[in-house]
Write a protein that binds this ligand. Structure first.
Ligand code: PLP
Ligand code: TYF
Length: 389
């Protein structure tokens, strides 16, 4: 019965939000959950989103249902930003989803329906919600090492070997950019090699892109995804707007399907809509409507890019500052996005929390932009002290 259920382990990243909020020490440093913070430590609403919300408040005349696809114009406007020249490919279709999580869930349910025996190749460590979502769709996971903590290097050879030995029809889950939790992305050459192996083995790539614009810019961050789209007939893309539009709690993203023909894509999209009807029927509207207003307005759209550049610039400059603080942090400047991992044990993470009020994930993952400008030096010395550097 329900009363007899065993307790579940909470998502440790989400649990960290409460733990950090409860700590009232003024020197607290919260580099836990992955949200952007500005130099004063705030996670502000973007100016362009505020403006779009103002217009929405003034002009929205109904909250009647939009239907299972959500805001169709939102997806239309997002397509060129995400897909580049592939946005005119009629074999690709996409719809709005409740965040990247909703997109991943729909994508893996579609895979389960199409190929129940498919296994999903997942590099570790990865975002802690990947495995629960994949297992929730009753798909088997095959793990390989994405990153070696000791050498702070991407384990590209292991990745390539795992992909080479996969069964045709197996799925390869790839982080489009700004790898969570390691910051260790594939370079262009490595994307080309993995893409060729995926095509050669007849595998299905699922590209999870939740941080487009936080690495090197909107187009460079999508280059790996676009290389996959160049070469592969069948591709699933799970995208999130929650970070690059700063609308986290409003839950907006999109799922994109490419197949070999326009008609099989339409059929696959029919299945996606059927699956989403069983889950949430329709995605929440608010942030997608606001983003649609931004992207439909040349001035707001340009202003969004400036605000996004500002977020990326701050992350990059913090990476540089940490790297300059000590040679042991040099690798941080080479990595991309909000996250990198520190060479700390779970015990050292607890000690940093108790003695320095520094909150990071047990894995040693930290959110670079969780550091306000004046916290960088204290953070660096506390970590060096913890690791005995
Ligand atoms: N994929 C990765 C790698 C993430 O880090 C996140 C973070 O939240 C998501 C997907 C899910 O995004 P959303 O919050 O839009 O569901
Ligand atoms: O990795 C992070 O911190 C963000 C936020 O179940 C997040 O991606 C963390 C856990 C989760 C959903 C979002």
């Amino acid at each position: 019965s329900i009363a007899d259920l065993a307790p579940v382990k909470s998502d440790s990243l989400l649990a960290l939000i409460d733990l950090a909020n409860a700590d009232k020490r003024p020197e607290k440093i919260d580099v836990g959950v992955g949200v952007y913070r500005d130099s004063s430590g705030a996670t502000p609403i973007l100016k362009v989103i505020k403006e779009a919300e103002r217009r929405l408040l003034e002009t929205q005349e109904t909250k009647s249902y939009l239907g299972g696809r959500g805001d169709v114009r939102f997806a239309e406007l997002l397509a060129p930003i995400l897909l580049g020249e592939h946005s005119s490919d009629e074999r690709i279709a996409g719809i709005q989803t409740p965040g990247g999580c909703g997109a991943l869930t729909l994508g893996f349910h579609l895979i389960k329906a199409a190929n129940p025996g498919a296994r999903v190749l997942v590099g570790t460590p990865t975002w802690p919600n990947h495995a629960p979502i994949i297992r929730g769709c009753e798909l088997e996971i095959v793990e390989y090492r994405h990153y070696d903590r000791a050498s702070r290097q991407l384990c590209f050879d292991e990745m390539a070997e795992t992909v080479k030995s996969a069964r045709p029809g197996d799925v390869v889950l790839l982080h489009g950019c700004c790898h969570n939790p390691t910051g260790a992305d594939l370079d262009a050459q490595q994307w080309a090699e993995i893409t060729a192996l995926i095509v050669g083995r007849g595998l299905l790539p699922v590209v999870d892109i939740a941080y487009q614009g936080f690495g090197d810019g909107l187009d460079p961050d999508a280059a790996g995804l676009r290389a996959i789209l160049d070469a592969c007939d069948t591709v699933i893309v799970a995208q999130s707007c929650d970070k690059n539009f700063g609308v986290y709690r409003d839950r907006v993203g999109s799922v994109w399907i490419k197949t070999a023909s326009t008609s099989s894509t339409a059929t696959a999209m029919g299945h996606i809509l059927q699956i989403s009807r069983e889950m949430w029927s329709m995605p929440p509207d608010h942030a997608a409507a606001a983003i649609r207003i931004v992207l439909d307005d040349a001035k707001l759209s340009a202003d969004w890019r400036v605000e996004l550049d500002g977020m990326r610039g701050r992350i990059a400059s913090l990476r540089q500052r940490l790297a300059a603080a000590d040679p042991q942090f040099g690798y941080i400047a080479e990595q991309k996005g909000m996250f990198s991992m520190l060479p700390v044990t779970p015990e050292q993470v607890v000690r940093l929390r108790e003695t320095h009020a520094i909150y990071m994930a047990d894995s040693g993952r930290f959110n670079i932009c969780g550091l306000s400008d004046e916290q960088v030096d204290r953070f660096a010395s506390a970590v060096l002290e913890a690791i005995g550097g």
